[in-house]
Design a protein around this ligand. Structure first.
Ligand code: T46
Length: 139
């Protein structure tokens, strides 16, 4: 599965901590967009989509949340609860985010600007496209 947990260096001094992330240095793509999700209602699930091309790093910079990743064959759940951990979510991975703590802030670094056409929001369509890709690779 094209996902990976990064551990970013934390720079500590007597006053506190700082994490710096540079595109193409600390993560494998240029950062073209940043957004964050917070104030998620208790029990709410978000996501329910995959991306055709977009790559992203998800960092829970405050509180905690869980990310379910599905590559069409295998599913895994990653808990994000550390501001120096970043989860790389590659293209063609179905994701769902859940179990947000009330204070959770999920920061996302994205490889491309927002483009609704890059989203696959229908699970059956996602499975069809994943299987089509596997078919092409096996040809
Ligand atoms: C993802 C997960 C981790 C924008 O207008 N610009 C943006 O850059 C984004 C990300 C969203 N939007 C709009 C589109 C929708 O009207 O904000 C609304 C909520 O977006 P969505 O329902 O896609 O949010 P999530 O939390 O389900 O998914 C988001 C990202 O969209 C997605 O790429 O991987 O976070």
């Amino acid at each position: 599965m094209q996902s990976l947990l990064f551990k970013f260096q934390t720079i500590k001094d007597a006053t506190g901590k700082l994490v710096a992330i540079e595109g193409l240095k600390d993560i494998p793509f240029e950062i073209k967009r940043v957004y964050y999700i917070y104030g998620v209602n208790e029990g709410a699930r978000r996501g329910f989509h995959a991306h055709r091309e977009l790559e992203q790093i998800l960092i829970c910079i405050h509180g905690s949340c869980k990310i379910m990743l599905d590559d069409g064959t295998n599913k895994t759940v990653v808990t994000l609860a550390d501001p120096c951990h970043g989860l790389l979510v590659g293209k063609m991975i179905w994701r769902e985010m859940f179990d947000f703590s009330r204070d959770a802030v999920l920061l996302v670094l994205a490889s491309e600007p927002y483009n609704e056409a890059d989203y696959i929001r229908n699970y059956d369509e996602f499975i069809r496209l994943v299987n089509a890709e596997v078919g092409v690779q096996n040809d």
